[in-house]
Design a protein around this ligand. Structure first.
Ligand code: SF4
Length: 263
């Protein structure tokens, strides 16, 4: 292994071990700091700014974000190697958006592959295609959000239009080992059968894409907005019902896709 990649540093805000979401098997999730979008429903608002921040938590104050080397993160990841072997698990990059820290993220993915560890990444796909191309050889699985097919509505709720995202989905579908499309189902934004059907039709049109995951909106991040002194823009909007989610899964199945509820 080129050991110089171990000294590349990046900015993260959390590492979670023993996750059974966000990819196959038992996984370690590394959360990178900084995101180009500002989704109204984001449950990790502390991920959005690249800056290191202070976040109030009940009676204490937590520092969110730290700079760390690939070697240090790798050491943490390798602790659970026996679990990855038995379960087919590995590393998942999350955030935030790893595409904003390509040197660090690609070095970490490379180091994992060189140690025989499966790699996955949750992504918005919002980056220049040249950046995406750097990641493709080092990922076993892309978990990519498609939040809406209508660019105007996408921008209204996430602050960014979707043309670049849809084009990158095509690029990833053509070149990556595996791509699963994920859709956060957000009441008042994209939760009608028509809107989910449009996303499913787009996903089904991508080469090699066979699977779509629907992630129902939840309110678990609300307290973090208070801790960051930010307003919670979703107000009192309730999560979608189980029945409604079942109907939306059926809509996706009508497009020939395998469906999954949750991450
Ligand atoms: S893309 Fe994800 S991390 Fe970024 S603002 Fe949206 S929900 Fe939050």
């Amino acid at each position: 292994m080129d050991t110089s990649i171990l000294s590349v540093t990046g900015r993260i805000f959390d590492i979670q071990r023993f996750s059974t979401h966000d990819g196959p098997g038992v996984r370690t999730i590394v959360f990178l700091k900084g995101c180009p979008l500002r989704c109204r429903w984001c449950c990790n608002p502390e991920s959005q700014s690249y800056e290191i921040q202070q976040m109030k938590q009940k009676s204490s104050v937590k520092t969110v974000g730290k700079d760390i080397s690939v070697g240090e993160v790798l050491e943490e990841i390798l602790r659970d190697r026996p679990y990855y072997r038995r379960s087919g698990g590995g590393l998942t990059l999350s955030g935030g958006e790893s595409l904003l820290q390509p040197d660090f993220a690609v070095a970490l993915l490379t180091a994992c592959h060189e140690n025989g560890i499966n790699t996955a990444m949750e992504t918005t796909g919002f980056a220049d295609p040249a950046v995406i191309e750097r990641f493709i050889p080092h990922l076993d699985l892309f978990l990519m959000d498609i939040k809406h097919t209508n660019s105007r509505k996408h921008e209204e709720f996430t602050t960014k239009p979707n043309e670049k995202i849809l084009a990158n989905a095509q690029l990833i579908a053509e070149k990556a080992k595996k791509l699963i499309i994920r859709v956060p189902v957000i009441p008042g934004f994209n939760d009608t059968e028509q809107e989910i059907g449009d996303i499913a039709a787009f996903a089904a049109s991508l080469p090699n894409v066979k699977e779509i995951h629907l992630l129902p909106y939840h309110r678990m991040g609300k307290d973090k907005y208070d801790g960051l002194n930010r307003p919670y823009l979703m107000g009192d909007v309730p999560p979608p019902s189980a029945e409604h989610m079942q109907r939306l899964l059926q809509v996706c199945e009508q497009h020939g896709l395998t469906t999954h509820l949750g991450g």
